[in-house]
Design a protein around this ligand. Structure first.
Ligand SMILES: *Cc1c(COP(=O)(O)O)cnc(C)c1O
Length: 457
């Protein structure tokens, strides 16, 4: 198979190979990288995946996009290293399931993307004898997922800035107890200040020699791994020979998770519908209903805080998948095929009170604990099934994604259910580990000096 190239959603940058897209992150024209062709799964290939382990399915999916740029034996080892945890499909009733994507080292679905991206980056950097310094700002969760994913890898250092007083003690300890190639910096400022310092460093030509990379959520290396769990759920729960179709509900913020699902669909997965469930940041449900896309500035604060996004950057990718162009400001330059988008997706916004009621309802009826993000997904599915009678049959397989562990939201869960959710193994035991981090004041000159002293090449 010839090598798949990656082009920018803004269509004004040269096409690049996978490894270039991975290391670059953002295209030079400000667009996001997309595969030029989407590889296909035949029915026979999909059938052959049933019964395979998660990491084997990850290998089958990701290898199709890499077209032999990584030897099979190496890639197989990488997927096995990245996915060394369970991916439970929990029955709620009939053929309705939740897929728990919360069993990774930081108990959020971001582990799926970050861990594979770490493996991929390490491989290409070693091969090209290059080093990279990942620089990232965090308000809590992303930083720990990234730090855990890059921990112990060769050729990569990672420095994470966090606002000293704005993260919880547990979030801080998830980062500061790692050590090795992970450097954590507490800033006496706000999250925006952290982000501002990181941006300044990226734009500082005197720091070019450090090979800075953001490895942020728009990286293609984080997108491809997010196609895998849709295929995994399908082959576990459905029978392709019988022509089964599946329905997914995806709690969405920046729409990377959903974009992974759409890639799986375009690869040939028989998906009847994606329910796109958002909180009150409802720019996409409004777009589907009205045809007008308007970003929400500033984004609205909801209890499903990881989904408080007023302009999802992956919308540019989704628009491109349906033949349109959206620039980074959220302006539609070329209209996508909205009718076809609506055939594939049903978008719905769920407000906080309904989310809270859902957590109670699901616990009372089914003895299953959801956290706010997963509850938005589940409620979106319920509302879709209530409207779409034809889909609302006991035999119809539906899977709602649970994107974080309930123990990450102890106050909310305790208020609603009077239960203290048990900490997963990955989050417990942090108290006994040694914390190490540096403190900086909010000043670019100091930050720059710090980087130069710490990371001489
Ligand atoms: C990031 C995140 C989401 C949203 O995923 P997107 O890919 O940004 O749509 C949902 N739930 C949790 C817990 C998250 O951390």
């Amino acid at each position: 198979m010839s090598e798949i190239l990656y082009s920018s959603t803004n269509l004004k940058a040269p096409k690049v190979t996978f490894s270039e897209a991975l290391i670059k992150g953002l295209a030079p024209d400000g667009g996001l990288y997309m595969p030029e062709q989407i590889p296909q799964f035949t029915k026979e290939e999909l059938a052959s995946l049933s019964g395979k382990a998660y990491h084997e399915i990850a290998f089958a999916v990701i290898s199709k996009f890499l077209s032999d740029t990584i030897p099979s034996s190496k890639l197989a080892l990488m997927t096995k290293t990245a996915y060394n945890f369970d991916v439970p499909l929990e029955k709620v009733y009939d053929n309705k399931y939740i897929m728990r994507l919360d069993q990774g080292p930081t108990a959020s679905f971001k582990d799926f993307a970050a861990r594979m991206m770490g493996q991929l980056m390490q491989y290409f950097l070693q091969k090209e004898h290059r080093k990279l310094l990942i620089l990232t700002a965090t308000s809590g969760d992303t930083g720990s997922a990234m730090a855990n994913a890059f921990y112990g890898l060769d050729n990569i250092n990672i420095a994470v800035l966090f606002p000293e007083t704005e993260v919880t003690a547990r979030q801080r300890k998830q980062m500061t107890t790692l050590h090795k190639n992970v450097q954590i910096i507490a800033l006496n400022g706000k999250f925006d200040d952290c982000q501002h310092l990181v941006k300044q460093a990226f734009n500082d030509s005197e720091l070019e020699y450090l090979n800075l990379s953001s490895a942020n959520s728009i990286n293609i290396g984080r997108l491809l791994p997010q196609a895998v769990y849709y295929i995994y759920a399908y082959v576990r729960l459905c029978d392709i020979k019988k022509g089964d179709e599946i329905i997914f509900s995806v709690p969405s913020g920046n729409f990377g998770d959903l974009m992974g699902g759409l890639l799986a669909l375009k690869m040939g997965l028989p998906v009847k519908k994606f329910v796109v469930s958002t909180n009150k940041n409802d720019e996409v449900p409004v777009y589907f209903a009205s045809g007008n896309y308007k970003t929400i500035v500033p984004s609205r604060n909801c209890i499903s805080s990881a989904m408080n996004v007023g302009h999802p950057s992956n919308m540019a990718r989704i628009v491109s998948l349906y033949g349109g162009v959206m620039n980074e400001k959220g302006e539609i330059i070329n209209k996508p095929d909205l009718e076809r988008m609506k055939e594939n997706m049903f978008a719905i916004s769920i407000e906080d009170n309904t989310t809270r009621e859902t957590i109670q309802k699901v616990y009372n009826r089914h003895r299953i604990i959801l956290e706010p993000h997963g509850a938005v997904g589940w409620e979106g599915l319920c509302q879709y099934l209530a409207i779409e009678k034809e889909a609302n049959k006991p035999a119809q397989v539906c899977v709602s994604l649970e994107t974080a562990h309930p123990a990450k939201f102890p106050e909310e869960i305790n208020n609603l259910l009077n239960i203290d959710p048990e900490l997963p193994k990955s989050l417990s035991g942090l108290e006994d580990k040694e914390e190490k981090f540096d403190k900086l004041i909010n000043n670019y000159g100091d930050f720059k000096k710090y980087l130069i002293q710490k990371y001489h090449v």
